[in-house]
Design a protein around this ligand. Structure first.
Ligand SMILES: *Cc1c(COP(=O)(O)O)cnc(C)c1O
Length: 220
């Protein structure tokens, strides 16, 4: 009888999963989604094991700051974005990328950008923003009709250096649900040329739906 430590089994499985993602989406970059303390596996540990990911996505600013405090220097995406000027300042100081899914968050960026001289950044680093559009999940995100206008306002914000577009799949676990294809089609009707990079797929999306595999994938 052997006593393989549970953690090392998890580590091997995690690395294997990441390899699977690479094979399924060889031309995409990978946000390893490690929100909720890496789904209970322990965020610093998992971040260490998944060092081959292109970046880490967490839900909240606090998680992003913790990850930086643990020494991670990879790109970090905050999936719910920030909600206060101080949160924005901290996120920028920690060089985090921000999802933006509601008008208050847009106004926050605009306010921070106001009065800055041309070419100046918002803070030490420039802001890389992921505009989140609701293509059918009906939970978070701007409506498709709002995307062009919001993109323009973000382009007008001094200090926003990269503008990217993402959506979240509602039910990609069910390969028979036509909603996922409908979401991809709704995404493709958006003015995609306004954006520097695109992202649709979560884990189930990238395994089951080639239409969802874009510049970045976001397996959890
Ligand atoms: C949680 C989450 C993911 C990862 O989803 P999985 O179904 O665990 O792969 C991807 N993107 C966003 C925006 C998320 O909130």
């Amino acid at each position: 009888m052997t006593f393989a430590p549970q953690a090392s089994i998890d580590h091997a499985a995690l690395r294997h999963n990441l390899q699977q993602v690479r094979q399924s989406a060889p031309r995409s970059r990978i946000w390893a989604v490690i929100k909720a303390n890496a789904y209970g596996h322990g965020m610093p540990d998992v971040a260490h094991v998944l060092a081959d990911a292109d970046g880490f996505a967490v839900a909240r600013l606090e998680e992003a700051l913790r990850l930086r405090a643990f020494g991670s220097r990879k790109p970090i995406l905050i999936l719910e974005g920030v909600f206060t000027a101080e949160g924005l300042r901290q996120a920028m100081a920690a060089d985090c990328q921000l999802a933006l899914h509601q008008p208050e968050q847009l106004r926050l960026l605009e306010t921070a950008a106001q009065g800055r001289p041309p070419g100046a950044t918002l803070h030490r680093s420039s802001a890389r923003v992921w505009l989140k559009v609701d293509t059918g999940m009906h939970r978070l995100g701007f409506r498709p009709a709002e995307v062009a206008g919001v993109a323009q306002r973000l382009r007008d914000c001094r200090g926003v250096s990269e503008l990217q577009l993402m959506t979240h799949l509602a039910n990609a676990d069910d390969r028979a649900d036509p909603l996922t294809h409908a979401q991809c089609e709704a995404f493709d009707r958006l003015p995609l040329h306004l954006f520097d990079a695109l992202s649709i797929a979560n884990s189930a999306g990238l395994m089951g739906f080639p239409c969802a595999v874009r510049d970045w994938v976001r397996p959890g």
